[in-house]
Design a protein around this ligand. Structure first.
Ligand code: WT7
Length: 651
């Protein structure tokens, strides 16, 4: 107990005075109300949106069918809520600041500009045959058109499916097919740091031979010429010039789909997480307002990419619904040097920074001088997302970046949750370095043991589940509702299973300990071990592959692949083979999935029934070789010697 108290970082008075929620008692009161009277609470929160028709009901939950409806009977439009009401009230306010890849280059887009651009793109989409309910795949780097096209889809009731521009052509193709997208939007190329991602060339490869995709709209990001197929490929700027900037907003039902976003699971196939309109928007707007304690003058800088859920909820929808100025950052934290984030903060006078521990770790490595030579006086709040933040990294963020002045909010959530579920409210919640602290309003975390028994009380650990629904939760996996039920609701009946392990300490604070399933969190990105394995076995030389994670200084978790090669290939030089297999994964999934280590072995550790002992491999890859478990369960105990000799991590 003494120890946990010692680690408690009190709220900062100057911050609390102006905050939406000013004390822990205020938080607790609101939280209790949200749990005891969820309908009254969420109905009040829904009032911050503009509804064409107010909801008739607040929640309607069918636990049996895993069918959740929020704000039933309500009619609204996401783009209208993000743009029109602000464009009317304060047209000249900056909605988006685009921080280009080139250091020091910025473009400001006001709410009025945004309205015109989005209206034009919406009309272009209609002219290309996109109707309400149709899916549009967006494969763009961090250019303003990425925001325009997402909002244009929302405006006409089309469902956007954004695919991060770091994914390979095969990954893109799989996602286009699964969502049935008839229009694809890409760019001629995308500058990112010192490199240019050939997005159009990748898109061409992805749709080769597919009749499904009728049009490809191409953003002109650079002067680069790319092949354009007549009758299929169109420059977006030329198309926009043909259309008016006025496009009526479609009246959408609360439960009409807003977007699909693919994420990794424990099987080889990515999951198309589907979010609907009313609940998602209410949840994103509410969490954004409270967790970042948003004030009218904020310049909010989230350094993530719109291709991930963090970007959807907390670069685009959450900020714009609140009428905030949001930054779109096209570059990376280390380009051209480790001072880049602080330069953007100072140039734009950013008040809030939201980034991932992996980015912070890569900056810590470069030394404090990069931070200290910047001013950062504009900053008032720091946020972390995507993976557990090590207490030392938390302290560096708080002490060095924030000079002890800015609260740090560690926010735990997932693609499926739509928005933040566990996080401190700055100004109200005392923090502890490394803990996501306490649940957001309406959220009820439950810890469960492996047998499904709920673990009560404090000072306990278990599988993190959630009781009850919250408005932002995903409704299904696109086209695969059965898989949705099985993935999230089968393991522990009536509870949503997150896939994370968690500790609730003596003070009731939550500490996420990482994934307990076959999902790896690599640099804050989710990766299924099965996905990497199927990419490897698709290589002609590979007989079998087993992929595990191991602790990695920068990435949090590194990827280690144990591979056996087919007899015909055993003579190949191993260095070349390792290189070819890394390239294989890059090619099939994308650079983020590239294994850090590929270990070629003659045999994998299996039980007599042929099951691969992953736990043993995980320990070997992590260098925890003392306690490998019972080797007598192995069908062939001799494989162990080879594994130990080859796979002990380099010191
Ligand atoms: C997984 C979800 C949340 C948006 C970006 C990632 C891990 C996320 C935290 C955090 C510890 C975290 C979990 C989760 N995670 N935030 N603050 N502390 N772990 O979304 O790709 O859907 O991944 O990321 O393991 O399950 P995602």
């Amino acid at each position: 107990m003494a120890q946990t108290q010692e680690a408690l970082i009190p709220t900062k008075d100057a911050f609390s005075r102006k905050a939406h929620v000013k004390s822990l008692e205020d938080y607790q009161r609101l939280y209790q109300r949200s749990i005891q009277q969820p309908e009254a609470f969420w109905s009040e929160m829904a009032e911050q949106l503009t509804w064409f028709h107010k909801p008739d009901a607040i929640m309607d939950l069918d636990a049996e069918q895993v069918d959740f409806s929020w704000f039933g009977g309500g009619k609204l439009n996401a783009a209208y809520n993000c743009i029109d009401r602000h464009a009317t009230e304060r047209p000249g306010k900056v909605a988006i600041i685009w921080a280009k890849n080139e250091p020091g280059e910025y473009e400001s887009i006001t709410y009025r500009d945004l309205q015109h651009h989005v209206g034009r793109v919406a009309n272009v989409l209609k002219a290309h045959g996109v109707r309400k309910g149709d899916r549009v795949c967006i494969y763009l780097p961090m250019v303003p058109e990425l925001a325009y096209t997402m909002l244009a889809c929302a405006r006409i009731g089309a469902v956007h499916s954004v695919v991060f521009a770091g994914f390979s052509s095969e990954a893109l193709r799989e996602r286009i097919l699964d969502s049935g997208a008839k229009v694809l939007i890409t760019a001629n190329e995308g500058p990112r740091g010192p490199k240019f991602v050939p997005t159009k060339a990748i898109a061409d490869e992805a749709v080769e031979g597919l009749s499904l995709v009728e049009s490809i709209l191409v953003v002109r990001r650079t002067g680069k010429e790319v092949p354009m197929l007549a009758g299929r490929d169109y420059w977006l700027d030329a198309e926009m010039a043909k259309h008016r900037g006025v496009c009526p907003a479609e009246w959408m039902d609360s439960e009409d789909p807003l977007f699909i976003l693919y994420t990794s699971g424990s099987t080889g196939k990515p999951k198309g997480v589907l979010h609907t309109t009313g609940g998602y928007l209410v949840y994103a707007a509410t969490t954004f307002r409270y967790v970042f304690d948003i004030q009218p003058e904020d310049v909010y800088f989230c350094a993530a990419d719109l291709g991930w859920v963090t970007g959807h909820s907390y670069i685009l929808y959450g900020p714009l619904m609140n009428g905030t100025t949001t930054v779109m950052f096209e570059s990376t934290p280390t380009f051209p040097d480790a001072g880049r984030l602080w330069r953007v903060v100072d140039d734009l006078k950013a008040t809030i920074l939201y980034t991932a521990p992996t980015a912070l770790r890569s900056l810590i490595k470069e030394g404090d001088a990069w931070v200290k030579k910047s001013s950062r006086q504009s900053l008032r709040l720091l946020g972390s997302v995507g993976e557990p933040i090590n207490p030392e990294v938390w302290r560096w963020y708080h002490d060095v970046v924030g000079e002890g002045r800015c609260p740090v909010v560690d926010t735990w959530w997932q693609t499926e949750t739509g928005g933040i579920l566990i996080a401190p409210l700055p100004g109200a919640t005392p923090t502890k370095p490394g803990s996501a602290t306490l649940p957001f309003f309406g959220v009820e975390p439950v810890l469960v043991d492996d047998e499904g028994r709920v673990i009560e009380g404090n000072g306990v650990s278990g599988n993190l589940c959630l009781a009850r629904s919250w408005p932002g939760q995903a409704r299904t996996l696109y086209g695969h509702h059965q898989r949705f039920k099985e993935t999230y609701y089968a393991r522990f009946p009536n509870l949503y299973f997150t896939g994370d392990g968690c500790r609730r300490d003596e003070d009731g604070y939550y500490w996420i300990t990482g994934r307990v399933d076959d999902v790896l969190n690599v640099s804050g990105h989710r990766l299924g071990t099965a996905e990497v394995e199927s990419a490897l076995v698709a290589h002609e030389a590979v007989a079998e592959a087993a992929v595990v994670g191991f602790p990695h200084d920068l990435k949090g978790t590194g990827v280690c692949a144990f591979v056996t090669v087919k007899p015909d290939w055993q003579e190949s030089a191993s260095e070349q083979m390792v290189g070819a297999l890394k390239e294989q994964v890059r090619h099939v999934i994308g650079p983020i999935a590239t294994p850090d280590r590929v270990v070629l072995v003659n045999g994998l550790p299996k039980t007599r029934s042929g099951k691969i002992l992953r736990r043993m491999l995980r320990k070997i890859a992590s260098g925890e070789v003392e306690n490998l478990g019972d080797a007598s369960t192995l069908a062939d105990p001799s494989v162990l010697d080879e594994l130990l000799a080859k796979a002990t991590p380099p010191q």
